[in-house]
Design a protein around this ligand. Structure first.
Ligand code: NAP
Ligand code: SF4
Length: 678
């Protein structure tokens, strides 16, 4: 550890049972679906090895089921045979070669399984799964315990430094512990002691078989955030029993997957659930690991220095930047690519049966496909536009040795990200702009702000390739009266330029319609989520006395600043196009804040009486003070056609290429890909 690091606590080594870890950073378990691709072992080894090379102390693999009946989905990761040892040995070796340690996560999905072979402690269906579980017999429960022991034994044979027994987020072990999902009357149900017997037996027997040479981590649910979940007192008693049973370290999880409180997305304040983690830490003698929305070195240091936890788990931040810890150690904090909590390319991809990657780092999980190799011929390249597509293109092209000039007509870098960062709770976008700025400087990109790129100045610059990412312009729909003074664009609202009245109609219910509604109900933009406010409004019980950590009063959202009606022409459910793992929370927040949803409309006209529209064949008029247009975008292509005519090699990317459904994910990916190909 460097002597003068500002992170003396986070970078100090720690011993977990018999395993010494070089610093307090753990890459938490993630399902990547790399196992479903070609060369799965090589891909996983490359993925984990890069994170170990980036100095993360400990890595936990994605969850492996110890038995067929615990698979998350058909063909999901399973580790139940010695024939699989060679593939695991390769992964372990790759991490050890880079000086890292690695634990295997053992996960039984229980009633979260997405196939028909679904089992549970009771036949109580999860609200997020249409399948009802078949009740496990006592004999089958005994068999699952043995399956965990066998799997841990295989992990030890493969060379893993330890195992993480997955007991949070609502999977089978959680399901055994609480009455919500366990109504058994045999020796596995009834009293609290009987309900925690199943995970305790697993730990005891794994320890018995493995001896002291294998690290045992248990991921405990620090806060269930569901009705009939555990109280704080029960969680502490359970944690103490796990310590007694032979666990070396407790990792923590917040909220079951079916919880209706956001737990990891951008609207959750950084380190926002530490009160529940600290409650475990102060009641046990073994190290405790904090998780959920820890994405910067300062948050990690603060959590450990304050005594709330001994280590931090960062899963998504290790997708965003494999070299996070190395950059901290080397005093290059400003170069860290921070996870912005969007979930768009990690969780949302997993839920859509795709391989995980990362919005801010499209190389994540594609280490084989996105290789940054020096350019064979160095070229003079102009990049036009400094939105996410242009920034990614400029940085990646310069990193490969090209001589890059970036043109931006505005006074600041960032393009549409400068609007996104104005949305309440979306201030993480500042981090993305900060990261790209550091990379432009590091890679000596010449940045020309306040400079409109034209055919003339591009010709004068003698550029051999032009990457065009000028972006989009907001779409103005063809509605009679659209130029009425009450009509404003989302751009004016997000930038704080428009005067918005009390009664508001928002036309268009895509991501930007929802974001604009959020800004208007909050009454202010540009604000990072506040922990006390967040926990109060989502109904989290800070006293930890209530079952599941939910306050009896339920969610308490403040009175909105405006009365809002959100419109769309499609008859489908509003917000259907939002991210799967974030859209539900946005919808709920708008509902709790009294926003009215009007799908399936056709707009007739706008005049002094308000908005005239037709819905289900009925003509209606809504009196409004302000109409905000969030009706999508059109591409800005003008310069591309000019360059084509002048026979200058131009690559059109981002919104300028295809405005429909453009988001930062596609923009950064396209910018990266074009730069890697020149
Ligand atoms: P969008 O998602 O395409 O939504 C545009 C909305 O305008 C739709 O609701 C559409 O619904 C309506 N519309 C389109 N053409 C119209 C017309 N001619 N007249 C009237 N209404 C029209 O676009 P966006 O909201 O501007 O977002 C742009 C991109 O950023 C999207 O890819 C979005 O996913 C992304 N984004 C994502 C988030 C997020 O939370 N993940 C946040 C912000 C932005 P109807 O046609 O049914 O009326
Ligand atoms: Fe973080 Fe978004 Fe990347 Fe997921 S996709 S790791 S949430 S930045």
């Amino acid at each position: 550890m460097p002597k003068q690091t500002p992170y003396p606590n986070a970078l100090a080594p720690i011993t977990l049972g018999s395993v010494t870890i070089r610093n307090r950073f753990m890459m938490g378990s993630m399902h990547t679906r790399l196992e479903a691709m070609d060369h799965p072992t090589e891909r996983q080894a490359a993925f984990y090895a890069e994170r170990a090379r980036g100095d993360v102390g400990l890595i936990v693999t994605g969850g492996y089921s110890p038995s067929e009946n615990g698979l998350i989905e058909e063909g999901g990761p399973l580790f139940n045979s010695v024939s699989q040892l060679p593939e695991h040995q390769k992964i372990v070796q790759a991490v050890h070669d880079e000086g890292g340690k690695i634990f295997l996560q053992i996960l039984h999905s229980g009633r979260y399984a997405k196939d028909d072979n679904i089992v549970g402690f009771s036949d109580i269906r999860s609200p997020i799964n249409p399948r009802t579980p078949r009740v496990l017999s006592g004999q089958e429960i005994e068999q699952i315990i043995e399956d965990f022991v066998e799997c841990a034994d295989l992990a030890q044979q493969a060379g893993y430094d330890g195992v993480e027994i997955m007991g949070s987020e609502g999977y089978l072990l959680c399901q055994a512990v609480v009455e919500r999902t366990n109504n058994r009357t045999d020796e596995w149900g009834g009293s609290f002691e009987k309900r925690i017997r199943f995970p305790l037996e697993i730990v005891r027997r794994v320890r018995q078989r493995a001896g002291s040479g294998l690290g045992i981590m248990y991921r405990i649910s620090a806060l269930d955030l569901v009705d009939q979940g555990a109280t704080g007192d029960e969680t502490v008693r359970f944690a103490q029993a796990l310590e007694e049973a032979g666990v070396d370290v407790l990792n923590t999880g917040i909220g079951w997957h079916e919880a209706r409180v956001p737990t990891i997305a951008y609207m959750v304040p950084r380190g926002g659930f530490q009160f529940a983690i600290a409650n475990i830490k102060k009641n046990v003698g073994i190290p405790v690991i904090a998780s959920n929305r820890i994405n910067t070195p300062d948050v990690a240091e603060e959590l450990i220095a304050s005594g709330a936890a001994d280590m931090v788990s960062m899963a998504r931040p290790m997708l965003a930047d494999p070299y996070f810890v190395k950059k901290m150690i080397e005093g290059r904090k400003n170069e860290i690519n921070v996870c912005i909590g969007c979930n768009q390319a990690c969780l949302d991809y997993i839920f859509s049966f795709k391989v995980t990657t990362c919005l801010v780092n499209p190389r994540a999980c594609r280490e084989f496909d996105y290789k940054t190799e020096p350019a064979q011929t160095q070229k003079r390249i102009a990049v036009v536009g400094s939105g996410p597509a242009g920034l990614a293109a400029a940085v990646n092209a310069a990193e490969r040795g090209h001589n890059v000039t970036l043109f931006e007509a505005a006074t600041e870098l960032g393009g549409q990200m400068n609007l996104a960062k104005k949305v309440p709770d979306k201030t993480e976008f500042y981090e993305l702009i900060r990261y790209f700025s550091s990379q432009l400087e590091k890679n000596h990109v010449k940045v020309k702000l306040n400079t409109l790129a034209t055919l003339e100045n591009l010709q004068e610059g003698g550029f051999e390739d032009v990457i065009l990412a000028p972006g989009i312009v907001p779409r103005i729909p063809d509605i009679p009266g659209i130029d009425h003074p009450c009509v404003v664009s989302y751009v004016d609202v997000l930038q704080g330029r428009a005067k918005v009245g009390q009664q508001v109609a928002i036309l268009g219910a895509g991501g930007i319609g929802f974001d604009t509604a959020m800004l208007l109900i909050h009454g202010k933009g540009d604000s990072a989520p506040d922990t006390a406010e967040f926990l109060h409004k989502w109904g989290v019980d800070l006293s930890l006395k209530e079952p599941g950590g939910l306050s009896p009063e339920g969610p308490q959202f403040p009175e909105p600043s405006h009365q809002i009606t959100l419109f769309q022409r499609k008859p489908s459910r509003m917000g259907k196009t939002l991210g799967m793992s974030t859209g539900w929370a946005l919808r709920l927040e708008l509902e709790y804040s009294g926003v009215a949803f009007e799908p399936g409309v056709s707009y007739r006209k706008i005049d002094d009486e308000g908005l005239h529209y037709t819905q289900n064949g009925v003509d209606k008029t809504l009196a409004i003070d302000t109409i905000v247009l969030c009706t999508g975008q059109e591409p800005m292509r003008g310069l591309y056609d000019e360059l084509q005519r002048a026979e200058i090699k131009a690559h059109l990317i981002g919104g300028a290429k295809e405005a429909a459904e453009l988001d930062a994910l596609r923009a950064i990916d396209e910018g990266t890909q074009v730069a890697l190909a020149i």
